[in-house]
Design a protein around this ligand. Sequence first.
Ligand SMILES: Cc1cc2nc3c(=O)[nH]c(=O)nc-3n(C[C@H](O)[C@H](O)[C@H](O)COP(=O)(O)OP(=O)(O)OC[C@H]3O[C@@H](n4cnc5c(N)ncnc54)[C@H](O)[C@@H]3O)c2cc1C
Length: 230
Amino acid sequence: MSIAETHELAVVGIADLTPLMRRITVTGDSLATFECVPGQDVVLHLTDDSGNGVRRRYTVRNLDNAGRRFDLDFVLHGHGPGANWAATVAVGSTLQVFGPRGKVAMSDARWQLFLGDESALPGVAEMAAAMPASSEGVAIIEVQDANERQPIPGPLDVRWVFRDGAPAGTTSLLDESLRDLSVPDIDRHAFVFGESRVVRRLRDTLRSRGLGAAELTAKGYWNLGRAMRD
Ligand SMILES: Cc1cc2nc3c(=O)[nH]c(=O)nc-3n(C[C@H](O)[C@H](O)[C@H](O)COP(=O)(O)OP(=O)(O)OC[C@H]3O[C@@H](n4cnc5c(N)ncnc54)[C@H](O)[C@@H]3O)c2cc1C
């Protein structure tokens, strides 16, 4: 894995994957040697409405060293410097990022579970694509509605749950799906990413169902009603 460092990048592509998910493709000479493991992220240096510097984390997707580029997929949730930057940036704009970041490690467990919301989708897709061919598992992803579904490569049985108008981070849809899910007794690993309180709840449920610390990776990606802190 490469040492985390600062990269000066330029935006070379903007595409809407779904109504609420925008892909920004960035390029820079230093990406020729950039390395990261699936699910790792970079820290974007952005400015808020008052012009103050802020940092926000986004998952690296589709790293292409030969092309010196990767993609960043943004949830267009409508508030905050990260979502606003993605909603308004133009091809040719520049961006400074620091990375790779993140302690996420792939699992070699035969059965793997992924639980998360839209913010987790980029990481889940990257990790699912890299799962060992001998493994299997389930991804349960909460999104706004059916238009927000995206292809998730790899061996997972992907199940979508829809908020249908409820704000992100406020439902118990993932909890309910987990309640009905049968989890193998051994050779298993669960990954949980998304809104922090939802993640804590799901992590506690998985613990109560017997998953040990080594079988569980849980990380809050954002906080309902509160901006991310640097
Ligand atoms: C390791 C890691 C990887 C991540 N990867 C991605 C990624 O690939 N794509 C991605 O979109 N996000 C990703 N996130 C989440 C992203 O960093 C947060 O959503 C962050 O808060 C966005 O910053 P912002 O400036 O848009 O909003 P902030 O200024 O942090 O928050 C402003 C308001 O928006 C709300 N808000 C923040 N995020 C969301 C959301 N997803 N849905 C609804 N409301 C929200 C907050 O509750 C707050 O009220 C990742 C986070 C981590 C820690």
